[in-house]
Design a protein around this ligand. Sequence first.
Ligand SMILES: [Zn+2]
Length: 429
Amino acid sequence: MIPKIEKSSIAEIKAFQEEKLKETLRYLNENSPFYKRFFKENSIQISEIKTLEDIQKIPVTTKDHLQRFNDDFICVPKTEIIDYVTTSGTLGDPVTFALTDADLERLAYNEAISFACCGVGKEDTLQLMTTMDRRFMAGLAYFLGARKLGSGIIRVGSGIPELQWDSILKFKPTYLITVPSFLLKLIEYAQQREIDLQNTGVKAAICIGEPIREQDFSLNILAKKIKRDWDIELFSTYASTEMSTAFNECEIHNGGHHHPELIIAEILDDNNLPVSEGEVGELTITTLGVQAMPLLRFKTGDMVQSYNEPCECGRKTLRLGPVVGRKKQMIKYKGTTLYPPAMYNILNDFSGIESYVIEIFHNELGTDEILIKIASEKISEELLLEIKDHFRAKLRVAPKVEFATSEEIETLRFPPLSRKPVDLIDRRL
Ligand SMILES: [Zn+2]
């Protein structure tokens, strides 16, 4: 099930998207209180935007816009809204997203073709290991996508290894949809109870929320750990509520595929201009076919690289590499640009490190400093040197590293108001 447009030539895809773009601009100009005002304030004549290049004449939409003018983004009356979801906003308050019946249908289509990209078909059964409620979009999208594709789906929800294994053994799902680090918990549970991991019937996992690949598409440490004990195929996927669209890997595993009928993707530099090919930039998206809350040139905050050559699977759409990091977490250190995920990868690789926390702050010159605090049972100069050497080898620079007690690190990682542990404390603001 590959939509025809995804196998079309790059020129055909461009022409197709330009028609969709014009439709979207007309729709926004008629129905979106925010964009009507935005076009007027910025003297944008939508009739002058005809090509994908012309889109650069329109200023970008930011997360702050979404938060400050949330209701003005909604293009339909309340009677048309079926589902409400929320995302965390940059200024603290959550941002609401509304979906109409047509938006739910679009979401189902998106997820169906994205699952199909990972090889899921009608004969498959998926086990959903993430929550479907709590105002999240993803779980619902997975359910709707499976239904559209005709695949079976078992809604187990997050956590509870015992219930997950009960379902795997009882219903024999072929695909799992899960946060990849949770697979380590499932493996541990299976090993303790002598469940035979080689004969579960599970073929693959669709991995959400955490990266499983390095920038060169090789498996990262987490993925290698999983596959060492449980050799199932791992597919990465990248999606967000704002995009209402997913970029899933195909069987070739060289980046998440773009669906041109659903979204326009731009990779922009600090001046909101397209980066050159092969460069990392901020993913900026324009949704296509969204009814309740379409977004135009929305800056996602995610730094990525795109790949434009056709894929061996037959699709000619662009592909996105693993997210390099969040734009606001970018660190300029000794002339090198770094993102925290690359540092986590290195630290997670050391068996001698029990726990760690990374602090980023400005020094007296106003430039970025990195201090990594580490708890270890084998405190030694050798370990410090080893860590620094590893940083130099992988990232070309070595940050400051110092030892701390486990208690100190736990206190830093679990601040009173945070629901999740923090690995990074950014004191630059
Ligand atoms: Zn492909």
